[in-house]
Write a protein that binds this ligand. Structure first.
Ligand SMILES: [Zn+2]
Length: 335
């Protein structure tokens, strides 16, 4: 019999469908590790092709060779653009709209066209995290910016057609509804219990142990009780930091190791699945509240959203988080 589980952070429901349950090994995708070139002449993100992008807003260089290691540029096709202000317009007293104001940047993670985060060194991943943090900080200082979303789309099913490893940052003058709901749920829990929902959730997962993938004391990695999709993975800091902007940079080498190891387990264990990675963070200005806890969510795109999910808002997950977490916990990476 299937079970319906509630996500404690959003109150959303997820059906864990044991009728159609798949084993972790059913999700592998042996075609996805095809050889790719280290350089592509038509790729706008490859070294030598910098004129195909906008100028860099941030660039880290190798002190020995002078060549860039990470490069951040404005997106050529931005979802939001600077300068429109935050004011809302009301059309006929009914519809609400505003300029799509903000910044949309691309973080080119590495010069190599064929080196995903999972195959980088810990130092290379730490440099990417440093770029995320610096651009977050720069955006949080801008007037009217209310939310900053850092995310990564890896593979066609995750929404990208560009192979070269890259992430994106979108800073907007609105707080998205999804973020607002998470935040309101966290406030309500805090009011009722006098402590952070996210600290309670992490403790609960540690005590249970069945959905833990990795515990390094500084970061706890687990598959949530109500995972929306198979192998959904959360990386949760154990220090109270509401916003990624409040994350401690001293932690980045350690976080880089944890993130790379988890991505490598997915890369080797599921044969390089398409995935989305998102950094959930409190709204700008709420960096130091105890109410929220920034965290990384990795969502492999190995199943499709279907009509029931669109109609109901209820996800159907065909894998048990306890089984997928065990698979990931036990999986030994090959180096
Ligand atoms: Zn490239």
């Amino acid at each position: 019999m299937s079970e319906i589980r509630q996500d404690v952070t959003t109150k959303e429901w997820v059906i864990i469908s044991t009728e159609r349950l798949k084993r972790p090994s059913d999700f592998t995708n042996p075609m996805a590790k095809a050889e790719r070139p280290v350089y592509s002449p038509t790729c706008p993100f490859c070294p030598g092709n910098e004129s195909m992008t906008k100028p860099a807003v941030l660039s880290y260089s190798d002190p020995k060779t002078g060549s860039w290691l990470v490069r951040v540029v404005d997106n050529l096709y931005p979802a939001v653009t600077p300068g429109g202000g935050a004011s809302r317009k009301v059309d006929h007293g009914f519809f609400l709209s505003a300029s799509a104001t903000g910044n949309h940047e691309v973080i080119i993670e590495n010069p190599a066209h064929n080196k995903p985060l999972a195959l980088m060194t810990d130092d290379e991943v730490a440099t990417v995290l440093r770029a995320y943090w610096e651009r977050y900080d720069a955006m949080a200082d801008k007037p009217d910016i209310k939310s900053i979303i850092i995310f990564k789309n890896h593979g066609l099913a995750a929404g990208t057609s560009l192979e070269h490893p890259h992430s994106q940052l979108v800073a907007t003058t609105i707080v998205p509804r999804h973020m607002r709901i998470q935040y309101e749920v966290a406030i309500s829990y805090y009011d009722d219990n006098g402590r952070s929902l996210y600290a309670a959730l992490t403790n609960r997962e540690l005590n249970s142990g069945s959905r833990i993938v990795l515990d390094t004391k500084r970061f706890v990695v687990f598959h949530p009780f109500a995972s929306h999709r198979p192998f959904e993975t959360w990386i949760m800091p154990t220090d109270c930091q509401a916003s990624f902007g409040a994350a401690s940079k001293e932690d980045f080498p350690h976080l880089a190791h944890v993130l790379r190891l988890i991505l490598l387990k997915l890369y080797q264990g599921l044969d390089n699945p398409d995935f989305n990675l998102v950094i959930d963070s409190a709204p700008v200005g709420e960096e130091h509240t105890e109410i929220y806890q920034w965290h990384i969510r990795i969502i492999p795109r190995i199943t499709q959203q279907a009509g029931f999910e669109i109609g109901s808002g209820i996800y159907i997950n065909t894998a048990l988080p306890e089984e997928t977490a065990k698979f990931m916990r036990d999986f030994k990476v090959k180096t």
